[in-house]
Design a protein around this ligand. Sequence first.
Ligand SMILES: [Zn+2]
Length: 272
Amino acid sequence: MNIFTRARIRHTLHRHAIPHSLWTGIVENLACLQGMGAVEKAHLRKLSTLFLAEKHFVGAQGIELTPTLRVTIAVQACLPILGLGLACLAGWTDVIVYPAAFRVSRDSVDEAGVVHHEEQILAGESWSRSPLIVSWSEVEQDGLANHAGRNVVIHEIAHKLDVLNGRTNGFPPLHTGMSIPQWSTALNAAYQQLLARVEHHHRTCINPYAASSPAEFFAVVSEYFFCSPDVLHTHFPDVYQQLQLYYRQNPLLRQPLKHKNTLADTQKSEQW
Ligand SMILES: [Zn+2]
């Protein structure tokens, strides 16, 4: 990082600091940040400030972009990159916020040349070099403890990280020292187990939407990694370990009581 970049960052952190009362009010209420230590919180606040300075928020369907809305989305967008850095989110600028789930329609052409029209209701969406799009009502629900394992902002940010090596396929660029075979084996085995459960209409331990594709599996297990790490660690310990190496964080340690229980449960629980 050159001296001008450092000076610009210092200037941004100083001039556009998130007000203390706004920050503490949001951080204390977000379930995914419970148990986070002061050092990590301070780093997260810096990243969130820089995120807000770099990204352009756009309100859809008349939604008011309040400071609470902007900071709540920024802090959850920066949680996955706490150990990766803001450069991972370069290449796109706009954050589009809808008041509630939004409708998208797409045309696709199959191998026979037939055009199919599809309509979907989405809580969030992101593509390479395109805006991050989220529903505010979903973001608000995700902040609550009773929406465990769900976080639309983290889900969409995981897609943004996944696509950094060119394709959204559940295989983000791994760090030096990480093993590609270990990553592939851990995530593929868990994905296949989940897929088999879904195909046989059996109950699943995580959101069955993860079985949609390897890309969705990576995005959903990332939600659990940050928001319900005990669930992911219990059912897919190898996936948890790979995500710990990739994200360079260990969210389980932020849940000391659950962590102890989880370690005990891991030995006696079944896979599902
Ligand atoms: Zn997705």
